[in-house]
Ligand binder design. Structure first.
Ligand code: SAM
Length: 218
């Protein structure tokens, strides 16, 4: 894929329209909307497809994976209640778009991807765009114990269950946002760690994610 990093008036205008659309669809957190308004989503697309970059749709990024739909990115980001300086683990880097939104919200982001091509691509492209998460390659279904505990964990692929090992990597008061279900559709689930073995679980709307594949997953 040939990348081009030019943010001209047409893309800036399309991005503003996307933010308005997300607000209309129910995203209320102004900080999340501002972050979406800052990240040039077309940078994740080949120039041929720039006209698709600000539609509210998921889009293929190669290796059978997708850049998430902007609404989904905004929805998960809103649920995370990101505060500046939060230490966040993101499982499923994909294109890195969600990663950039979390960085714009002021988080320190640890992100892990199991597909080598995608890992290599984001590791090259994101710093070039001025975004600097901690990149990891491997199976994120086990979390990343080495840099735990985290304030927040976000999973951007559909899991069959909530991996216990992930819950143990949350700080007390920490929050996990994870889509859980079968291969066709998942419920967005938030889990707040309130004590050593105490967790509060809330089940929200239905989404369709690519599967979380790994030791603690499909
Ligand atoms: N939020 C990303 C974006 O905006 O581009 C999209 C993520 S995509 C829907 C889900 C990603 O999770 C895919 O890139 C997939 O390879 C990755 N994935 C699936 N299972 C994983 C695992 N066990 N560990 C790390 N990444 C995984």
């Amino acid at each position: 894929m040939a990348y081009k990093f030019i943010d001209n008036y047409r893309e800036k205008g399309a991005r503003k329209q996307l933010v308005k659309l997300l607000e209309k669809r129910g995203i209320q957190d102004q900080r999340v909307l501002a972050a979406i308004g800052k990240v040039p989503r077309h940078y994740f697309f080949d120039e041929t497809f720039w006209n698709q970059a600000y539609r509210d749709i998921a889009f293929p990024i190669g290796d059978g994976q997708t850049i998430s739909q902007p609404y989904t990115v905004a929805y998960q980001s809103e649920l995370l209640h990101v505060r500046s300086g939060d230490k966040i683990l993101e499982i499923g880097t994909g294109s890195g778009y969600q990663t950039c939104v979390l960085l714009e919200l002021g988080a320190e982001v640890f992100t892990i991807e199991r597909q080598e091509n995608l890992y290599n691509r984001t590791k090259m492209v994101l710093p070039y765009m001025g975004y600097h998460p901690h990149f990891h390659y491997g199976d994120g279904s086990k979390g990343i114990a080495a840099s735990a505990p985290y304030d927040k964990i976000i999973v951007t692929a559909g899991a069959p269950l909530v991996p216990e090992i992930m819950l143990k990597q949350l700080k007390f008061g920490g929050l996990l946002v994870i889509p859980v279900g079968d291969e066709k559709e998942q419920k967005m689930v938030t889990i707040l760690r309130v004590g050593e073995n105490d967790f509060e679980r809330i089940e929200l709307d239905t989404f369709r994610f690519v599967p979380l594949v790994g030791d603690q997953a499909w």
